[in-house]
Unconditional design. Structure first.
Length: 115
């Protein structure tokens, strides 16, 4: 499984941004996809996840009500719609997939929220 994240950038606090993740390879084997983020000096943390079977989602408390994770299975894409961005959301965001008992990571995309 290969993952390619895109869509990061610089945005003002209160603004919105949408991240995209393109998946390729053994896509049929993926059972969970997620977005993680890592800020400087901090551990990588789970932001949002989506289960392929059933489509249920989960969010970190810090982003509930502001971020929405979604998929377009026809295009093998995953998205993270981020609204009401806060300074604390600044981080490198990573696309993640769990498939065949293995973890797959895409290269990160930088999100910077300015005041």
């Amino acid at each position: 499984v290969q993952l390619q994240a895109s869509g990061g950038g610089l945005v003002q606090a209160g603004g919105s941004l949408t991240l995209s993740c393109a998946a390729s390879g053994r896509i049929f084997s993926i059972n969970t996809m997620a977005w993680y983020r890592q800020a400087p000096g901090k551990q990588r943390e789970l932001v949002a996840q989506i289960f392929i079977s059933g489509g249920s989602t989960g969010y970190a408390d810090s982003v509930k009500g502001r971020f929405t994770i979604s998929r377009d299975s026809a295009k093998n894409m995953m998205f993270l719609q981020m609204n009401s961005l806060e300074l604390g959301d600044s981080a490198v965001y990573y696309c993640y997939a769990f498939a065949e008992r293995m973890d797959y990571w895409g290269k990160g995309t930088q999100v910077t929220v300015s005041s």
